[in-house]
Design a protein around this ligand. Structure first.
Ligand SMILES: Cc1ncc(COP(=O)(O)O)c(C=O)c1O
Length: 427
């Protein structure tokens, strides 16, 4: 059948995909289609929505800002929402960082961190161009972010154009996992080996701390992040935390670096930054990094920026989103506890394995006879079943996960989990 829609949708196999569901409005954890059918947004609309759809305070903040200033060039000019937001971000990061660099999506926040790290060495006359990254990682869809991400699958056509990275294994763990210490040791050993082979060539390491998102909701422990930090610091390797997904409460704490009590050199944030209202991202870094750019030599400047950098409407949304995080921090604990109460029940399901929970993210893998991975459609029937009953999920291959907005009521989450259990036991 010919597709004559005017829109080319992202991440969508255009020939096989069913027509998209048309959403008319949202309220709290629910989306409503044009027929009035309600759907619980159990994946927070690509993990961005933290405080619910059309959250009244964030809506008000954007409307107020709209009457004052919609946008202004962000070089040579500044504005209050960006200044207030920057101070606020440093504050909620417990002053581990001292500079905020704005951009407008997760991929570009990652590009900025990678460029800042590489140029930091260059500016000091010791160029280093090797980057350590984790197997299975996803950092976005721009070329730098793709290069630092897992190879194969989506990126295959471009692979020959990527820069090389040094991959090490991610010590993914789950409930009742007896081999977690062994996997962590293997990762650290692999890191040390790579460092020994490429001494003085490595600029930085990039990791999705505590949860690898698109790679299959793989979770690692805070203990691993601490060990990783020690080795990197000993070897003068800068550490980038890609917290585009894990930021703003997903791991049960404001940020993974706070949960793990670690001190990365860079943190990339986006998604929950504006509560899912407006595109915005930031790269946080330290004075140590900034000082290598603070120079009379103009060639030491970070020549990077985007047209919508620090958009005032986005900044206004983000200021209010941080407020919401401060006020409603207990919701994260409630959702984690609710998911946690389902762990024993999920463990009784024969067809699922690797059940894992970190903060407000619950995941498991459906066992199949075929290969594991994104292109496996084991989660498809569960997705259809739940969609019919008004719950939106979007498995990553045979990995099923739930990542709801923090305002989702317990009664609605319980309804969804009961449906999931009935389906899994029956199928
Ligand atoms: C960990 C991580 N980094 C980067 C990105 C890219 O963000 P964006 O889609 O806003 O470019 C994503 C998106 O899912 C992500 O999960």
């Amino acid at each position: 059948m010919k597709n004559d829609l005017p829109i080319w949708y992202p991440f969508t196999p255009i020939k096989q995909a069913p027509l998209p569901i048309k959403i008319e409005k949202g309220k709290g954890a629910f989306l409503y289609d044009t027929n009035g059918k309600a759907y619980l947004d159990a994946i927070s609309s690509w993990w961005v929505n933290t405080w619910g759809h059309t959250n009244p305070e964030i809506t008000r903040a954007i409307k107020d800002q709209l009457d004052k200033l919609e946008h202004v060039i962000f070089a040579g000019f500044t504005h209050e929402p960006a200044e207030v937001l920057a101070t606020s971000l440093l504050d909620i990061s417990e002053h581990k960082f001292s500079k905020v660099f704005f951009s407008d999506n997760g991929s570009t926040a990652v590009e900025v961190a990678l460029k800042m790290a590489v140029q930091w060495h260059y500016n000091q006359g010791k160029p280093k161009n090797k980057i350590i990254a984790f197997e299975g990682a996803y950092h976005g869809d721009t070329f730098g972010a793709m290069s630092a991400g897992a190879r194969g699958g989506f990126n295959q056509p471009f692979e020959s154009m990527f820069f090389d990275v040094l991959p090490i294994p991610y010590p993914a763990t789950w409930e009742d996992d007896d081999s977690k210490l062994f996997k962590e040791k293997s990762s650290i050993d692999a890191l040390k080996k790579v460092i020994a082979t490429h001494k003085n060539e490595i600029a930085c390491l990039i990791i999705e701390p505590l949860i690898q998102g698109a790679g299959g909701m793989k979770m690692c422990r805070t203990e691993f992040l601490k060990e990783l930090e020690v080795v990197c610091k000993e070897n003068q390797i800068l550490v980038i935390y890609d917290e585009v997904m894990t930021g703003f409460g997903r791991t049960g704490e404001r940020f993974a670096h706070i949960k793990a009590s670690t001190n990365p050199d860079f943190v990339c944030l986006s998604k929950g930054l504006t509560g899912g209202f407006m595109p915005l991202s930031v790269t946080l870094t330290t004075d140590k990094i900034f000082q290598a750019y603070y120079d009379d030599d103009k060639m030491k400047t970070l020549y990077h920026g985007h047209s919508y950098t620090a958009n005032p409407l986005s900044c206004a949304a983000a200021i209010e989103s941080i407020n919401q995080l401060r006020i409603h921090h207990k919701e994260l604990i409630r959702i984690q506890a609710l998911f946690s109460s389902y762990l024993p029940l999920l463990k009784t399901v024969k067809r699922i394995k690797n059940i894992r929970l970190c903060g407000t993210v619950l995941a498991f893998d459906i066992q199949t006879n075929n290969k594991d991975g994104y292109f496996n459609d084991a989660g498809k029937r569960l997705t259809e079943h739940l969609l019919n009953r008004g719950f939106i999920i979007r498995p990553l291959g045979n990995t099923v996960y739930f990542m709801p907005p923090y305002v989702t009521l317990s009664i609605n989450l319980n309804e969804m989990m009961e449906e999931v259990l009935i389906f899994l036991h029956k199928s």
